[in-house]
Design a protein around this ligand. Sequence first.
Ligand SMILES: [Mn+2]
Length: 296
Amino acid sequence: MELSKNQFLGTDAGAVTFEDATVIVVPFGYEGGASYGKGTAKGPEAIIDASSYLELYDEVLDVEPYKVGICTVTPPGIPKTPEAMNRIVYETTGKILDQDKFIVSIGGDHSITPGCCRALQEKQGALAVIQIDAHADLRRSYQGSKFSHACVMSRIREMTSDTLQLGIRSLSADEAQRIRNEQIAVCTMHEFRAAGFNLTTALQRLPDPVFITFDVDVFDWSVVRSTGTPEPGGMFWDEAMSLLQQIFSSKRVVGFDVVELAHDEHDRNSAFAAAKLIYKMIGFKFISQIKAVKEK
Ligand SMILES: [Mn+2]
């Protein structure tokens, strides 16, 4: 795999070799599937640029998560058609998993997720998927394409019925009907706030291993406002951190992606929040491993 010139966390902390790394970050700057706002193609670059300003010490976990070994690689080009992009995500992810690495992929729009999940499912034998997102993404097709970012969970549910969707606050009547018919586990943002959803039980029901797809549009605009399809009324930073900590401590997470950050040169906050989110998630995943090394 070709190393990226721009390393997540910058060259000081991010410059371990592919072989020495536990975590491989892959930027997929693809936005063929976006329908509303533009700019997600440059999302990964904006996140990786912002990441070099992160403090490496995590004050909550009391460790420096970068010590697990993080390396950023370059995917082999970004094609124009969604079919080709899907194949590149699938093949790139497969190569990384063959080396027993933990994959973190950065979008780009949400349409990159199914390719990544398919590779993980083949590697693991089974896969459950937790989607944290403002949108249900359960349309069977959108604007004539099955590959649209509005259909991501439809594609994933063709691979597995073990899904859990959190933070949802935008969906069509057809999608709502489908959720009822198929008894899909969905926690709307309204239920999340009203404590009308038992997350502990939902997590217990979900088998391991788990992939998390995190669409930054789940956040309130005070956290992330530059995103392809913004929705008001989202999750605050601390709520998202507690949620993720609960997921990572109760499930065996085998990879995650962070998608839909749109680059806006007048907004540094959103990219910085997305970079910090990724670093926090790496910390949650590897906290015990890092602590064990620290105590040696
Ligand atoms: Mn979304």
